[in-house]
Design a protein around this ligand. Structure first.
Ligand SMILES: NC(=O)c1ccc[n+]([C@@H]2O[C@H](COP(=O)([O-])OP(=O)(O)OC[C@H]3O[C@@H](n4cnc5c(N)ncnc54)[C@H](OP(=O)(O)O)[C@@H]3O)[C@@H](O)[C@H]2O)c1
Length: 353
């Protein structure tokens, strides 16, 4: 049954590549193989979402003294995360590229004049390190403690594009910008956490980490670029960094824990460059809604039962298997050091700005 469902789904997607979408066709065997592996792992993700639907929930509770920072959030899953955090009466600081539009989007969902939560929207392009720096400075000046950092913003299958610092856009937006932001906000996270009530960092990764590979010889896709390869690499990088950072913080006896989450396969604009745009009815039928997609992320951010379980990768309200490299502390440390070197960080979480 499972195999038949997977085969049907994969065949459907492949058919639509040919007939229905403007998505660029894979040009060679490597690209086809990458594409098929992506669709296969996506289908497994959908089946996981169906099987564990009843486990996929979060209990909201009021926490008016807590402060949460989230990247993205003006649409998609992030918008629903913000709705939940405001329902918990938290102060929520959203970093997004167009703060006016972001505020409008949130105000259409939550009555900001009556909510007991507090909402603040600031400018942030997470792919630009200078913007990450300005955003972090602003947040640090206003708030001495931050309880929750949700690294949510992301792009998928974007055509080759470099940031002004020369990084490939998936690597920069999904991974490196968030790695830098976490570093800059670490003193505030450490200040907020306490014994039995750790501050939390939640990295919104993806099930495709399982088919990712960190290509140290061509991290920015200069020699060969394929969008799915770049996306998978960035999502694996998030997992490896989650594992290393959590271990590092544990050794420092810091009261901060780091989680990675796969939100499920969710019907959002993330699929803009994907073949699934050709089958909107199928997306509506079998993908999660953004509301469901937000549940495990908020669960990772607030559920007291996760105290002491930092370093976990969660999906559908429970632990999930991740890429074998994430179990290898040397491989996690290698990426962590590589990232610090790229950003010229000498002591992660401690450099002064
Ligand atoms: N949807 C899924 O099935 C799925 C599955 C696995 C993982 N995820 C992950 O879940 C996260 C949220 O995705 P989503 O499905 O909600 O996608 P989405 O609807 O496309 O939302 C993406 C969000 O990221 C923001 N963003 C993109 N580039 C940015 C940048 N340079 N600076 C600041 N913000 C930026 C977008 O803001 P703008 O409006 O400014 O572009 C938007 O708020 C992503 O990390 C994604 O990889 C999603």
């Amino acid at each position: 049954m499972l195999i038949i469902s997977v085969v049907i789904l994969v065949s459907l997607f492949v058919m639509f590549y040919f007939f229905k979408t403007s998505k660029e066709m894979p040009k060679n065997w490597y690209e086809w193989k990458t594409e098929l592996r992506f669709q296969y792992i996506g289908a497994i993700g959908i089946i996981h979402d169906l099987i564990y639907a009843s486990r996929d929930k979060v209990v909201l509770c009021t926490q008016p003294d807590r402060i949460a920072v989230i990247t993205g959030g003006n649409r998609g899953i992030g918008l629903k995360i913000i709705e939940k955090l405001l329902a918990c009466e938290m102060t929520v600081i959203m970093g997004c590229r167009d703060p006016k539009a972001g505020e409008k989007a949130v105000s259409q969902l939550v009555d900001l004049s009556t909510t007991k939560g507090k909402f603040i929207c600031e400018s942030l392009d997470v792919g630009e390190l200078s913007s990450v720096m300005s955003f972090a400075k602003l947040v640090k000046n206003k708030y001495k403690k931050i309880d929750i950092l949700i690294n949510n913003a992301g792009i998928m299958f974007a055509p080759l594009q470099k940031t002004s610092e020369g990084f490939e856009s998936h690597f920069a937006v999904n991974y490196l910008g968030h790695f830098f932001l976490t570093h800059l906000l670490m003193p505030q996270l450490k200040a907020a956490g306490s014994e039995g009530k750790n501050a939390r960092v939640v990295n919104v990764s993806s099930v495709v980490n399982l088919i990712g590979r960190i290509n140290y010889n061509d991290i920015n896709g200069d020699k060969y670029y394929y969008p799915a390869t770049a996306y998978n690499q960035s999502k694996l990088a998030q997992i490896l960094a989650t594992r290393h950072l959590n271990q590092m913080l544990r050794e420092q006896n810091a009261h901060v824990e780091v989680f990675a989450v796969h939100p499920g396969v969710v019907d959002t604009d993330l699929f803009e460059y994907s073949a699934t745009t050709a089958v909107p009815f199928l997306k509506k039928l079998i993908f999660k809604t953004p509301e469901r997609g937000s549940r495990t992320i908020v669960y990772a951010a607030i559920d007291p039962r996760l105290e002491g379980k930092g370093g976990s990768y969660l999906s559908n309200g429970g632990k999930s298997p991740f890429h074998p490299d994430a179990k290898d502390s040397q491989k996690c440390a290698k990426l962590f050091k590589f990232s610090c070197d790229l950003l010229k960080i000498t002591e992660y979480g401690n450099d002064i700005i």
